[in-house]
Design a binder for this molecule. Structure first.
Ligand SMILES: *[C@@H]1O[C@H](CO)[C@@H](O)[C@H](O)[C@H]1NC(C)=O
Ligand SMILES: *[C@@H]1O[C@H](CO)[C@@H](O)[C@H](O)[C@H]1NC(C)=O
Ligand SMILES: *[C@@H]1O[C@H](CO)[C@@H](O)[C@H](O)[C@H]1NC(C)=O
Ligand SMILES: *[C@@H]1O[C@H](CO)[C@@H](O)[C@H](O)[C@H]1NC(C)=O
Ligand SMILES: *[C@@H]1O[C@H](CO)[C@@H](O)[C@H](O)[C@H]1NC(C)=O
Ligand SMILES: *[C@@H]1O[C@H](CO)[C@@H](O)[C@H](O)[C@H]1NC(C)=O
Ligand SMILES: *[C@@H]1O[C@H](CO)[C@@H](O)[C@H](O)[C@H]1NC(C)=O
Ligand SMILES: *[C@@H]1O[C@H](CO)[C@@H](O)[C@H](O)[C@H]1NC(C)=O
Ligand SMILES: *[C@@H]1O[C@H](CO)[C@@H](O)[C@H](O)[C@H]1NC(C)=O
Ligand SMILES: *[C@@H]1O[C@H](CO)[C@@H](O)[C@H](O)[C@H]1NC(C)=O
Ligand SMILES: *[C@@H]1O[C@H](CO)[C@@H](O)[C@H](O)[C@H]1NC(C)=O
Ligand SMILES: *[C@@H]1O[C@H](CO)[C@@H](O)[C@H](O)[C@H]1NC(C)=O
Length: 601
């Protein structure tokens, strides 16, 4: 899911960094850094990438005030180093190594140290930093937690993506507020040091192999505000004891195998909830969103993809939230079945950024008012429903400058395409309106969508020629799917300038004329299907210049003559030539990895 946020631990780090920047980094004006720290930095530099030392433009002895060096931040009064960002400094070709922790001794006022992405297996000697609050060790090769007991101010520890980290016993006795041990290979019994850390406010244990046995330990963390336990192997129902973690405002349990009902008491007890993600589980039964009525801080509610086994209802009793949601994902949720009415409460929502109601069985007029009411929308996904009527909106008021993704495919939308679509959604990158009943011409305002990278209007009733503005101005277009319409004219005229095109499927239309040299402006073409049109003439010899072309479908046109020898340069996986007038012979190169159909009609 494009906008889905993985919980706030990472964000929290950047927030912390930001705060510290605000406090410490803003004024690096007056004096310079102190000499012992400058020497310390040069020693640190020499310790990375041994034997060569780090390359320019890293820290340089002759480059004045070291508080201004990249990745170094100083307190603006004492000019002592408070933050060191040494992430991603080690050359990845050099392999795993360990860093001498004594090299940090000169930095007595260091508060934030980031040594992530460095292939570290650990530290030689012990980190001793009285003021250190944030230690970032993500994406290294730690097999155990380094000794942290000489870091009395440590508050936040990031250990995610150290795949061989199995034993957390070194965390015993620490009083941290933020711990991220996501995406390691942790099993339940290795986490006991965390369960006794009652100071914890934010914990991520996502992406491990944890099962139901950890619930008892987890529920001891009564002060927890943020929990990310996504991508694990929980199989039972949501444990009732979580209802006692009343400080929780963010809970992410997505991509597990939680089953059973979603207890409505969960939300009655956890009144502070703001971000809730329960998607990708195996919940069953029925859940009424009215259970969320009193969660007035709710901003994110994601319950998508529960194998259509969970019935969500919003009407009886009516959900009338006091909250304005920012993200709501209820795809594949049997929403208000069997009547399939669109939730009434959505009429009073104005702050939505992402709305995903796809794969339900909702019917009624296409809800274009969602776009008018929610001017901050970034993504609208309503595919695979039964909405009918036209995709129309008041073009003088509709303005969704933030919207990047619109997917309304597989509905029963009819009527003509709104002429102003391009100017109403100028920053869209992804538009899928396929499998509907839309009629009329393709509006030339699509050319105003300069960022458009994927356009799928296939399986509709579009007529006329492709607007020139689309073919010249949408220079980010990578995927163009217009198959099964009634389009005509030339496929890609000479003026077309779609330099990034990758996939073009135009089959089952009424395109005519020769295979146009306009294609030559799209050298990265991978997939071209113009089957079942009225293309004529010969296959040009420049076709051999498409080095990336893997699929070429020309079936059922009126193409004729010899195939050029340059065909042998292509590295095709699929080639379909049937039902044309090619011949009398085809080149006998052995590059046709697979050959469907006969060359003669
Ligand atoms: C130093 O930092 C403090 C705290 O953020 C700020 O109020 C002050 O303006 C800064 N001083 C200078 C000279 O930038
Ligand atoms: C280190 O320097 C040597 C000699 O200049 C060079 O051959 C080698 O590729 C360098 N190693 C790295 C990782 O840059
Ligand atoms: C190091 O981390 C900071 C903060 O998370 C980030 O802004 C920066 O781009 C990173 N640097 C490198 C070289 O990855
Ligand atoms: C670590 O660095 C310190 C200070 O530079 C030095 O005294 C010590 O010998 C080094 N330790 C190792 C194991 O290299
Ligand atoms: C974890 O490491 C500690 C020592 O660091 C050791 O005593 C303990 O047995 C280890 N636990 C497991 C489960 O390997
Ligand atoms: C919540 O905590 C209270 C008091 O500690 C306890 O009596 C109760 O059983 C707990 N509830 C659940 C569902 O664990
Ligand atoms: C869910 O809705 C379907 C109708 O779509 C109904 O047959 C089924 O009984 C409902 N299940 C529950 C648990 O309400
Ligand atoms: C919401 O709060 C009101 C007033 O406290 C209460 O009557 C109602 O039952 C609560 N609703 C839910 C769904 O918790
Ligand atoms: C889908 O909706 C139609 C009418 O809108 C209804 O007849 C049908 O039963 C619904 N299907 C399911 C699975 O609920
Ligand atoms: C939102 O849409 C509904 C349904 O069309 C409409 O009644 C309501 O007035 C709209 N609200 C705003 C603020 O535009
Ligand atoms: C569109 O919005 C404008 C401005 O609010 C209004 O004057 C006009 O009547 C609306 N048109 C329709 C068809 O609703
Ligand atoms: C075609 O597009 C490229 C960039 O995608 C641009 O540099 C070039 O000027 C365009 N050519 C024409 C004729 O518009």
């Amino acid at each position: 899911m494009v906008l889905h946020k993985s919980f706030a631990l990472v964000t929290q780090l950047s927030a912390l960094l930001f705060i510290l920047l605000g406090f410490c980094g803003s004024g690096r004006l007056s004096s310079a850094c102190i000499e012992p720290e400058r020497i310390g930095l040069m020693k640190l530099k020499a310790a990375f990438n041994v034997p060569n030392g780090s390359a320019d433009p890293w820290w340089r002895d002759d480059k004045g005030d070291c508080c201004k060096w990249e990745g170094v931040w100083c307190n603006n009064v004492s000019m002592r180093v408070t933050m060191l960002l040494l992430n991603d400094t080690q050359d990845s070709r050099l392999g795993p190594w360990s860093l001498n922790a004594s090299l940090f001794l000169p930095f007595e006022e260091l508060e934030v140290l980031d040594v992530g992405f460095n292939q570290l297996t650990g530290f030689t000697e012990t980190l001793r930093l009285k003021r250190l609050q944030v230690l970032e060790l993500r994406t290294n090769e730690l097999t155990e937690v380094p000794s942290l007991h000489e870091l009395p101010s440590l508050n936040a520890l990031y250990l995610q993506f150290n795949y061989c980290l199995k034993n957390l016993s070194r965390l015993e006795g620490l009083k941290l507020e933020v711990v991220d041990v996501s995406f390691n290979h942790l099993a339940g019994d290795s986490l006991s040091a965390i369960w006794s850390m009652t100071s914890l406010k934010a914990l991520s244990i996502a992406g491990n192999q944890l099962g139901d046995s950890i619930f008892q330990g987890l529920c001891q963390l009564k002060g927890l505000e943020e929990l990310d336990a996504s991508y694990n192997e929980f199989v039972s129902s949501i444990p009732p004891c979580i209802q006692n973690m009343t400080s929780l405002y963010a809970i992410d349990l997505h991509r597990n195998h939680f089953g059973g009902n979603i207890p409505s008491s969960l939300f009655a007890n956890l009144k502070s909830l703001q971000d809730v993600s329960l998607s990708g589980n195996a919940f069953e039964g029925s859940f009424s969103l009215a259970a969320l009525t009193n969660n007035s801080r709710l901003e994110v509610f994601d319950l998508a993809n529960n194998y259509h086994r969970l019935n969500i209802t919003t009407e009886d009793p009516l959900y009338a939230p006091s909250a304005q949601l920012k993200i709501l994902c209820l795809s594949d949720c049997a929403l208000n079945e069997p009547r399939g009415v669109i939730p009434t409460f959505l009429r009073d929502q104005h702050e939505l950024r992402l709305l995903d109601l796809s794969h339900n069985n909702m019917s009624g007029a296409f809800p274009s008012w969602l776009l008018e009411n929610n001017t901050k929308l970034e993504a609208l996904k309503l595919s695979n429903n039964a909405f009918s009527g036209s995709f129309s909106f008041n073009s003088s008021t509709a303005s969704n400058v933030d919207i990047q993704l619109i997917d309304v495919s597989s509905n029963f939308i009819d009527g003509e395409h709104p002429i102003s679509i391009g100017s109403s959604f100028p920053n869209s990158a992804f538009i899928n309106m396929s499998r509907n009943l839309i009629r009329g011409g393709i509006p030339s305002s699509l050319g105003d969508m300069r960022l458009l990278s994927c356009l799928d209007l296939s399986n509709n009733d579009f007529i006329g020629e492709l607007p020139e503005s689309l073919l010249c101005k949408c220079q980010h277009l990578e995927v163009l799917k217009l198959s099964k319409n009634n389009l005509l004219g030339s496929v890609l005229p000479r003026t077309a300038n779609l330099t990034k095109l990758y996939t073009v499927s135009l089959e089952n239309n009424r395109f005519s004329g020769a295979i146009s040299p306009g294609l030559l402006n799209s050298p990265g073409l991978h997939f071209l299907d113009v089957s079942s049109n009225f293309m004529s003439g010969t296959v040009p010899s420049w076709i051999g210049d498409f080095e990336s072309l893997k699929n070429l479908m020309l079936t059922d046109n009126s193409l004729e003559g010899r195939l050029p020898l340059s065909f042998c340069k292509l590295k095709l996986k699929f080639l379909c030539l049937a039902a044309n007038d090619f011949g009398p012979t085809i080149p006998s190169c052995d590059l046709f990895h697979s050959f469907y159909g006969t060359p003669h009609r």
